[in-house]
Design a protein around this ligand. Sequence first.
Ligand code: GLP
Length: 252
Amino acid sequence: MKLVKVRDHEEMSAFAAKFILDKIKSNKKVALGLATGGTPVRTYEMLIEDYQKNYTSYQNVFTYNLDEYEGIAPDDPNSYHAFMFKHLFDHINIPKKNVHIPNGLSNDILLEAINYEAMIDEIGGVDLQLLGIGQNGHIGFNEPGTPFDRETHVVTLTESTRKANSRYFESNDQVPKKAITMGIATILKSKEILLLASGESKAKAICRMFTGEPGTDCPASVLKNHPNVVVVADEKAVSKLEATMNVELLLR
Ligand code: GLP
């Protein structure tokens, strides 16, 4: 894992936007794994700004989102589906048929998970997977304890994740209890991974993912087993790691 230390959220977003744009511009066809949450929102804004200024085309970009809540309709404003259209897809020229997000309303959610994984296998894994990180080290919705060999599956969200995500809902009770998520094995199929972290609330998870052996107590720590990972963390997110070790050794 390579670490890129940046000053703040803005610098992290600019790095990520450029990284993604370079991929889009240098490939005829590109499969992007995308994430939700507050972390990538500014990155997506920067992609939109670039689109408006430079007309970078998304006609040959195919997207595969990490996860979706179970039991929420795609047009529900709290769905990750709605999130992605609001924050990115509605503002760029990506064909709707190129967008893939698990269907949380599927009649057969287990079959939905199997089909989603098969679709990713068909393309041989995404070219670039964008990830945020949960305060407890989760990636996608793979909570601590998730075996590293899990593929796309249905999860019961932990209370801490439901609480962290309740800011998007009117009340805590409205946060769904389950979600469908790419598994850790699915994420590891990506050719390249870009993980973003900003703010003090991520400092503990960032510290754990870089120190010690990969372990299911911190799902993000599995990324040590992947050959092509870049972690972009701002000063606050990297603060605990810096107190523990000399991060200069990790910087690219
Ligand atoms: C959610 C998402 C994750 C995301 C995490 C962190 O649980 N499923 O993909 O990385 O939250 O969210 P935030 O970026 O808002 O801190």
